[in-house]
Design a protein around this ligand. Structure first.
Ligand SMILES: *Cc1c(COP(=O)(O)O)cnc(C)c1O
Length: 436
């Protein structure tokens, strides 16, 4: 029995003291290493691993980092993909996040040594980018911005909202349910397809806390339709003192030539909204955040509300937001701007390289989308590499996961949502899968 491997299972302490595993413990945390050690000890007892190979076996099953979130190449052609973490940050924003991640002067004025306003630089960057705004604050996401507005302006009162704008964003998140959960009452106006200024006028009264306009960012209503533009609504509210709040969703700062139907913060304020709300991680291309901009007195009311403290963002978000606004074009904006000839050329080069290696690959035309971020039904001409359908799952499960799109029995790797700098990684991932 003395050669029974089960009797020779190395002790946990002995393994943890091994220099390579101790170093891994420093990097990943001892808990992660300890649980890998326990898994390997079990495999030794089961006779699957030789006792002498214990250290190598533990090293082989350690995760690459202490977080299990893994980088994924987004080849879906959906530029802002909620399941893939929406906007990828620019290199400048990543650098800013890293710098801010330690102790930082987020609320300290280093010149005077006194407490300073939190996130002042990110706010200043927002106000420079949207000159129509007098003031701004940043909260956790656009849902938080809606919750704060509804609580501060609408709790115990009425929020007036068109029936055609009772939007479900996704994963069961329904804006009207969020609004009501704050204690506000919804005063719905118009019908699914039509609302007129007169509908709004008829709904206003002493109980009105605010009028809300929500951009239908993931659907379109066509046919016999009528909605009331921000400018028209501002005229209806003129002199009433009732705030007009517009949730524009996508976070475009200014009009975008490629997406003419997508509202933007600057124009919406200029048209007469008192407050505008948007997400930071959709078309703005920054970190998850809820942006609230507009009239100073209203913004100050929100900032003074106790709920604001529960919704405010951390230093890394403020750093990423400032770098997104001040730094080079963030990836989402670059993807929107990518020209079709360039995308086609990349697809051809990739397809040739894969074909030369024996992979059945062909460059094809494709239609990309903005995605959960806005511009519903607005196709963006694109180019893709088409592979056999079976690649979709294999690529998703590969060590460097790639998510493509299955269409007409093929796997399409759409290049509009892939930064050009990642083409090499994409090729390697496909070749690895093909070699199996
Ligand atoms: C996406 C979206 C939201 C929700 O934004 P989050 O930042 O995900 O909370 C709210 N309103 C509109 C119009 C949206 O498009």
């Amino acid at each position: 029995m003395s050669d029974d491997p089960r009797r020779l299972v190395p002790r946990t302490d002995t393994l943890l003291a091994d220099p390579q595993l101790a170093a891994a413990g420093e990097r990943l945390g001892r808990g992660l290493v300890r649980s890998a050690v326990q898994r390997v000890q079990q495999r030794i007892r089961d006779g699957e691993v030789a006792p002498a190979a214990a250290v190598d076996a533990v090293l082989a099953c350690l995760p690459g980092s202490a977080s299990s979130l893994r980088p994924v190449l987004n080849a879906t052609g959906v530029l802002v993909h909620t399941n893939l973490g929406r906007a990828p940050l620019s290199a400048a924003a990543v650098e800013a996040v890293t710098a801010a991640a330690g102790t930082t002067d987020v609320e300290l004025d280093l010149a005077t040594g006194r407490r300073g306003p939190r996130g002042a630089a990110a706010i200043a960057a927002l106000l420079d980018a949207v000159p129509a705004a007098e003031a701004a604050i940043v909260v956790n996401n656009c849902a938080a911005a809606l919750a704060l507005v509804a609580t501060a302006l609408g709790a115990g009162r009425e929020l007036v909202l068109a029936r055609g704008e009772l939007v479900e964003i996704g994963d069961g998140f329904r804006i009207p349910e969020l609004l009501v959960s704050t204690g506000a009452r919804l005063r719905e106006v118009g019908t699914t397809n039509r609302a007129t200024p007169a509908d709004y006028r008829g709904a206003l009264g002493p109980d009105t806390g605010a009028v809300l306009k929500v951009h239908p960012s993931n659907f379109v209503v066509r046919g016999f339709t009528r909605s009331v533009a921000v400018g028209e609504l501002a005229a209806v509210l003129e002199g009433s003192g009732i705030p007009l709040v517009a949730d524009v969703g996508s976070g475009l700062l200014r009009p975008h030539s490629t997406l003419p139907d997508e509202p933007d913060l600057q124009s919406t304020l200029a048209a007469g909204a008192d407050l505008v709300l948007a997400s930071g991680d959709k078309l703005l291309g920054g970190p998850q955040a809820g942006l609230i901009l507009g009239r100073a007195e209203l913004v100050e009311r929100l900032r003074r509300h106790p709920l604001y403290r529960a919704l405010r963002v951390d230093k890394t978000t403020l750093a990423a937001l400032e770098a997104t606004l001040r730094g080079p074009l963030p990836p989402v904006q670059a993807m929107l701007a990518a020209d079709l000839d360039g995308l086609r050329a990349r697809a051809r080069v990739l397809a040739q390289r894969l074909t030369a290696a024996g992979v059945e690959a062909v460059a094809v035309g494709s239609e990309a989308r903005v995605g959960g971020g806005g511009a519903p039904e607005h196709p963006l001409p694109s180019a893709a590499v088409a592979l056999p359908a079976s690649f979709a799952e294999a690529l998703r499960r590969s060590p460097r996961p790639v998510v493509g799109r299955v269409e007409d029995g093929r796997t399409l790797l759409d290049l509009r949502s892939v930064p050009p700098s990642a083409d090499e990684d994409l090729a390697r991932a496909v070749l690895e899968v093909a070699a199996r």
